[in-house]
Every structure is written in C-alpha cells, then in structure tokens.
Ligand binder design. Structure first.
Ligand SMILES: C[S@@+](CC[C@H](N)C(=O)[O-])C[C@H]1O[C@@H](n2cnc3c(N)ncnc32)[C@H](O)[C@@H]1O
Length: 241
C-alpha cells in the first residue's frame, strides 16, 4: 500500500491488490468524497430524526468521517447510524496512523476507536464496520438505508460490487426514499442500477457533473432516461455475477 498525495492536498492510498487508488487523484480525496457523496446525499435526503447510511466500502473511512465532519459543520442533529462493510481488516487497523486532512482533527478519538474496535457510538453517531465480504454480509442486514455511498473500486477491478445481482441486494436494503450516490456514469453500471428497480438521476448541478444518483422515489433532479438510452444502444447490458 503506497501513500499518494492528491490534487486537493489530501492523502489517499494506492492498492496493489486492486491496482487502483482509493480516490481520484485529480479530484482530491476529501473533495471527491464531499462533492460526489456527502453533499449530494445530505442535500437530497429527507430530514429525519434518524438517518441510516450504508457506506460501501469503508476503505480509508473518508465517506464515514466526512459524514461526521459535514453533520457537525452544518449542525445537523439527526441521529446517524452508519454501517460499512470492509474485507481488509489490516487496512482498517492501520488507519490509526493515517495522515488525514485537518478537517478530521476533531475526529481523532473516533478514528482510534474505529481502527481498534470497528465500532463507535455517542449520542448522535453509531458506526459499525463489518469486517468481511460485502456480498456475504449484506444479505444478513435488516436495516433499511436512507443513504448509500456506492464507492467500490472501479467496475473493471471490483466487478462483484457493480453487478445486477448486487444492486438487487442494495434495492432490498433501501428505504423508500433512499439516496444512492456513486461516482460512476458508465452505461453497464447504470443499466444494473436501473434493472434492479431504482430511478436514475444526474447529480445536482451544484455538485459534480459526473456520477449517478439513484433512488426509489421521484427526486427534483434531471432524470436519466434509460428506456431512451436502450433504444439508442440496444446492446447495452448490465454487469452480471
Ligand atoms: C475505493 S475503496 C473505498 C474508499 C472509501 N470509501 C474511502 O472513503 O476511503 C474500495 C474498498 O472496498 C473494499 N472492498 C472491495 N471489495 C469488497 C468486498 N467484496 N467486500 C468488502 N470490501 C470490499 C476494498 O478493500 C476497499 O477498501
């Protein structure tokens, strides 16, 4: 695992196993996390007493930690429960020494607890890292999630977390008003999300132009018309296990 400095000055890692960085070096690790996941999700999610989040997958923990940072910054006082599968236990244990951006300085104790116990809880936040294969662990969950950060490695390198069968699993775990964010705009990915039953949208204009937002309900966003895409490209296919 090699440390990589990204364009916004924050650090990520390069995974030898997946031959890919954990974040876009162009966008920057923290910027990508906020722009592609946290800001669109919290702009669109309906305010609730308790918001449940599925973070696929924990990796360096940027999505989970930036959620805490964002909620504290914007004084969002909903209870937040985050569940995040991750099969690389050694990576999570090593994060106690990872050089995070200064935005996460106030989260040091939480980072320590998560890297040691894979669990953290206070009056507002409950975080559980499930050490194991997401495809084996997700079917065991009974939570209905309000937000899903779909942030696996690329479909080419991490196909098990982009297939139609996998998205059907996410559909079952989604609340009626779920907001799913992903950086991918690839047609086979969108086909899989759509065939699983989600509606697809372009990310809000204030956010990034690439990526996809998915939900079970109507959102005030530009719809992606998959029927039309399919008439234009009849060979478009979702990825399969
Ligand atoms: C792109 S990284 C996630 C980055 C993360 N969201 C962050 O903020 O740092 C993808 C992560 O998925 C994990 N992963 C890949 N396939 C998995 C699987 N089947 N089950 C559990 N974790 C998996 C990898 O170990 C890696 O940590």
């Amino acid at each position: 695992m090699n440390l990589v400095s990204t364009n916004d000055g924050t650090n990520t890692l390069y995974s030898v196993q997946f031959d890919e960085c954990y974040h876009s070096t162009n966008d920057g690790a923290l910027s990508e996390t906020l722009q592609k996941h946290i800001i669109p999700a919290f702009t669109l999610v309906k305010p609730k007493e308790k918001i449940t989040i599925l973070d696929i997958c924990y990796g360096l923990g940027y999505n989970t930690l930036a959620t805490l940072y964002y909620c504290k910054l914007h004084k969002i006082d909903s209870k937040i429960e985050i569940i995040s599968p991750e099969f690389d236990e050694e990576l999570v244990r090593s994060l106690i020494d990872f050089e995070y951006p200064s935005e996460f300085d106030s989260l040091k104790e939480i980072i320590k607890e998560l890297s040691e116990k894979f669990f953290y809880e206070d009056w507002q936040f409950k975080i559980t890292i499930i050490i194991g294969d997401a495809r084996e662990q997700l079917p065991k969950l009974s939570t209905k999630f309000d937000i899903i950060y779909q942030d696996a490695f690329s479909p080419k390198k991490n196909p098990a977390l982009w297939s139609l069968e996998y998205f059907k699993l996410l559909y079952k775990l989604s609340s009626d008003e779920v907001i799913m964010t992903t950086y991918s705009s690839a047609t086979p990915v969108r086909m899989g999300i759509w065939e699983a039953g989600f509606m697809l949208y372009n990310p809000p204009k204030s956010s990034v132009r690439s990526g996809t937002i998915a939900s079970k309900s109507n959102l005030k966003l530009e719809t992606i018309d998959m029927e039309l895409k399919l008439t234009r490209n009849p060979n478009a296919k979702s990825l399969r296990d």
